[in-house]
Design a protein around this ligand. Structure first.
Ligand SMILES: [Zn+2]
Length: 321
């Protein structure tokens, strides 16, 4: 059997395993082991490989990617492995994911390269309360005055995110199914918990060439290396929360999958096609389902492994009392 690894070249080329301070809470030692392996559509992934696919190599989170129009009024203004999206409306713009504080100059430059102004950002949203997606919220609000809105279940984690001692701004607390509307565009906040308690998948309808498309910005369905699905002291029901997220994700209509890390939707490959013209490569309903299949298979593989390890311990003579 031939295993194919669907990973960008820069990830495969990375000789050293890069342990970032993000998508945090994992034990850095856990990243050194490949973890369980799954196969979907003839491609094979280990837990570590999927994590690496998302975060890229050491510089990919802070290296700009060419800003581009995705579809309708949604634009990419992020880094190679950290996505930031700009929704442009006649009444101002919405940014999704301020990323790290150090990414804000990169976002500013990308927004300006596209001919827009960062100061026109009226609303700041985020994928989830990890530093690589939302550490920059306080600085971004200082720069633009944008209203920061966050899912209720992520508020405690966001309040603990204080770069340079700055309190995390939260102007409006959102709940599952809440709508955020500006200038004729509406984003719907879907609670897809597990990766964080308030992990938020955003959906939006866009128009292009007289057609309407459903866009889904995947929060994350990833189980990071070292993350405890079993015997998780902070959230004992964490596996149930992940299960709920998969159900919600499968219920969402999707023509255009996007995600908090571009690897979730093969951005590089699609961007290369965009340059060549032809049909919009970001329209990829099959890719959406495949991404959920990959993440769900990995979730079950990790859960099985951790359950076996836990029951192995429970079954030992010393652990019965
Ligand atoms: Zn994360």
């Amino acid at each position: 059997m031939i295993f194919k690894f669907r990973l960008p070249g820069y990830v495969l080329a990375a000789a050293a395993v890069f342990v970032p301070s993000i998508c945090a809470q994992q034990d850095p030692r856990a990243v050194q082991t490949p973890g369980p392996q799954i196969s979907v559509d003839g491609y094979t992934y280990t837990q570590r490989a999927l994590f690496q696919r998302n975060i890229g190599g050491p510089d990919d989170m802070t290296t700009p990617f060419p800003p581009h129009k995705i579809i309708g009024n949604i634009y990419y203004v992020g880094a190679r492995s950290l996505a930031s999206f700009l929704v442009v409306t006649p009444q101002g713009n919405i940014l999704i994911n301020s990323a790290y504080e150090r990414n804000i100059p990169l976002i500013l430059k990308s927004v300006e390269q596209l001919g827009f102004k960062l100061s026109d950002t009226k609303i700041l949203l985020g994928s989830h309360a990890h530093a690589d997606h939302q550490e920059g919220d306080a600085l971004f609000k200082q720069l633009t005055g944008a209203q920061v809105m966050a899912m209720a279940e992520d508020v405690p984690a966001l309040e603990n995110m204080k770069p340079g001692g700055k309190p995390h701004p939260i102007d409006k607390v959102l709940h599952d199914g809440d709508e955020v509307t500006l200038g004729g565009s509406t984003l719907v906040a879907h609670l897809t918990p597990g990766h964080t308690r308030g992990c938020t998948t955003w959906t939006m309808k866009v128009e292009e060439a007289g057609k309407t498309y459903n866009v889904v910005i995947i929060c994350s369905l990833g189980v990071n290396p070292g993350f405890k699905l079993v015997n998780n002291a902070d959230v004992p029901q964490i596996a149930d929360e992940f299960t709920r997220a998969f159900e919600t994700m499968r219920s969402l209509p999707c023509d255009v999958p996007l995600g908090s890390h571009p690897g979730m939707y093969n951005m590089e490959e699609k961007y290369a096609k965009l340059e060549k013209g032809g049909p919009n490569p970001f329209i990829d309903p099959v890719g959406y389902k495949t991404e959920i299949d990959i993440d769900e298979a990995m979730f079950h593989a990790v859960l099985d492994q951790q359950r076996k390890a836990a029951s192995g311990n429970a079954g030992s003579p010393d652990a019965t009392h």
